[in-house]
Design a protein around this ligand. Structure first.
Ligand code: F6R
Length: 610
């Protein structure tokens, strides 16, 4: 969703702002803008549509400045118009960009209107610009005005501000939305996401909740909620420029699908390093937290939720304790029953998803102290709010459709399962060695599944003219059917639904005819015979079957039954391998339909609003 970048330097920062905004495009946005210092007043350019259009306008207007802020906006309050795009300006002097939502914006707007401020947008953000201006007018410094203004705000924000009357600084604030400071040599930066500034610096400070910061060319000062100066730790970001570039691929989604063997290998590296399923993989006090948990509650959204659904089969099957999985936006608004021995597991690629974060806060408010986050972005909000953390090492995921984050989440969840099983005496040494061996072979098995791409691309040609598709799976492969349907619908816009195959006859079978392609995830597990019967139900109604199975299953192609096989059945890790074909099917179908694969309509990468 929205993105922020800002820079103060001895050189022209406009190219840095534009480059930063381009790197934030993947988050999803519908308008973009920058503001810089001018001769007498702040100069601004904003455009709806792509950053490139805004860039052309900035070039045409000869934008050059050593201080500036930029923003990509994903509309919430007020439609997609140039007037609603950020930066917002107060009295031609003060420019501000904002991520998040100001909940009391209506009261603040009325208050400011009574003071004579005029509004040109429908956004919640514009009130913040005027509010800071109002405190400036009473004699406060830029930093003091920001610190006073944020006390008047309810809601979530990451803010960066520049002021024509104070050309030697930029100020920033954070509450509920990520914001970091980048440290350069004689120049400093702010950004909502490290990718926006990685071409200038990898030295970063993550601002904490309630922090404000003042940036000059020479240095950065950070203050806590009370305005007291604080030292925040400096980190060296591991986000590399290469991970943000396409390389030889057509799309980031394609690149990220193909990165999965490496991403999985990196994710299991720590496990291989300690030589077994050890609690310390999850944090220093994990042994104490995990030892006597009596149940697991998983909270997540979208693809991450499907990773959780897969894990339920593993946890209940191998650990023998109850595991519930719930969509975060539902959990956070219902009356949940607290259990101090329950482990709360949040799963999030971005670590910023608002619903997941709020579900975690709600669980903690109920008294849950055993919290674990499985996350791909270190230092993001959700792991920071969790007692234990497992960092998936998928690397930056740019495509909106989650791929390598999902399979590495599954690896993390499997590691959690085996660790809990071991702690409860349910994993003998021999079994542990077998599971480690299976994990060691997993990148290779995933690579074999990737090699099926040409065959899957042929299937995709047959899918591309269709308007609907059904996905079926049973047991631990049912969540993979759900994931396959989600991938297909979000990037190809084909309406796709997934069902547990046994549920077909209880309703969805009515949809099946010769025009309904039915994708089946049918590896050679103990439910294969049951799945075969469900496939017969489809064939008997003229439905066309597209079956993903493995070389160990004994059934072949026949009329209306198309089969693609992975080389061998990989046992308990089979759902991870069977994810690859459904990702490739969605990708190639979208390609054949000519949709915007990496930026599907209406969707954003980090969902930081409700
Ligand atoms: C689908 C997809 C989304 C995300 C969901 C949660 O391809 O990417 O469904 O999985 O928005 O996002 P995270 O994992 O960042 O919390």
């Amino acid at each position: 969703m929205c993105g922020i970048v800002g820079a103060i330097a001895d050189r022209d920062v406009v190219p840095l702002l534009i480059d930063g905004l381009k790197r934030l495009e993947y988050r999803g946005y519908d308008s973009a803008g920058i503001a810089i210092l001018g001769d007498t007043c702040v100069r601004r350019v904003r455009r709806t549509g792509r950053v490139a259009e805004m860039e052309s306008a900035a070039l045409a207007e000869s934008f050059v400045s050593p201080l500036g802020i930029g923003h990509t906006r994903w509309a919430t309050h007020g439609g997609v118009t140039e007037n609603n795009a950020h930066p917002h300006i107060s009295h031609g002097e003060l420019a501000l960009v904002h991520n998040g939502i100001i909940e009391n914006h209506e009261q603040q707007r009325a208050r400011l209107q009574a003071l004579g401020y005029e509004f040109e947008s429908q956004t919640d953000t514009e009130v913040v610009a005027h509010l800071i201006h109002h405190y400036r007018a009473q004699g406060a410094s830029l930093l003091q005005a920001l610190q006073t203004a944020v006390r008047d705000l309810d809601g979530a924000y990451a803010i960066a501000v520049i002021d024509q009357r104070d050309p030697s600084r930029m100020v920033a604030a954070r509450m509920g939305c990520p914001l970091l400071v980048g440290l350069g040599d004689g120049e400093n930066f702010v950004a909502s996401d490290v990718s926006a500034i990685v071409s200038s610096t990898r030295r970063v400070i993550f601002l904490e909740e309630g922090d404000t910061a003042e940036l000059t060319r020479e240095g950065v000062a950070v203050f806590d909620t009370d305005g007291t100066p604080v030292q925040r730790e400096e980190h060296l970001s591991d986000v590399s420029l290469a991970s943000l570039e396409l390389g030889p691929y057509r799309h980031f989604m394609q690149k990220e699908i193909h990165e999965q063997p490496r991403a999985i290998a990196d994710t299991i590296e720590a496990l291989m390093g300690v030589g077994g399923f050890a609690p310390e993989l999850f944090g220093a006090d994990a042994a104490e937290v995990l030892r006597d948990v009596d149940s697991v509650q998983i909270l997540a959204c979208g693809t991450s939720y499907y990773a959780g659904l897969t894990a339920r089969y593993w946890i209940e099957g191998m650990v023998g304790i109850p595991c519930a999985v719930e969509v975060a936006s539902e959990y956070r608004y219902r009356t949940a029953v607290a259990n101090p021995r329950q482990l709360i597991v949040t799963i999030s690629q971005s670590g910023e998803t608002l619903d997941t974060m709020e579900a975690l806060k709600y669980a903690k408010s109920l008294g849950h102290a055993r919290t674990l986050s499985i996350c791909n972005v270190p230092e993001s909000a959700i792991p920071r709010a969790s007692r234990l953390v497992y960092h998936t090492r998928a690397g930056a995921e740019i495509g909106v459709a989650s791929t390598k984050a999902f399979t590495t989440q599954l690896v993390a969840l499997f590691t959690l399962t085996a660790t809990l099983a071991k702690l409860r005496g349910k994993l003998a040494a021999l079994q542990e060695a077998e599971l480690l061996e299976a994990l060691r072979h997993l990148p290779g098995s995933v690579q074999h599944a990737l090699n099926l791409e040409p065959q899957i691309a042929v299937w995709a040609e047959r899918f591309s003219p269709r308007q609907h598709a059904l996905f079926l799976g049973r047991g631990v492969h049912y969540p993979i059917a759900l994931e396959g349907a989600l991938k297909l619908k979000e990037i190809s816009y084909i309406h796709a639904e997934a069902y547990p195959a046994g549920e077909l006859k209880h309703g969805p079978l009515a949809l099946v005819d010769k025009d309904m392609p039915v994708v089946v995830i049918a590896p050679n597990d103990r439910l294969l015979e049951k799945v075969k019967s469900n496939m017969q139900e489809v064939r008997a109604r003229g439905g066309e079957l597209f079956v993903f199975t493995d070389a160990d299953s004994q059934f072949g192609e026949s009329e209306g039954v198309h089969v693609i096989r992975t080389p061998r059945h990989v046992g308990v890790l089979s759902p991870i391998v069977h994810t690859i074909p459904v990702q490739l099917l969605a990708y190639h179908t979208a390609l054949a339909r000519g949709t915007d694969v990496d930026k599907p309509r209406n969707l954003a990468k980090s969902v930081t609003v409700e």
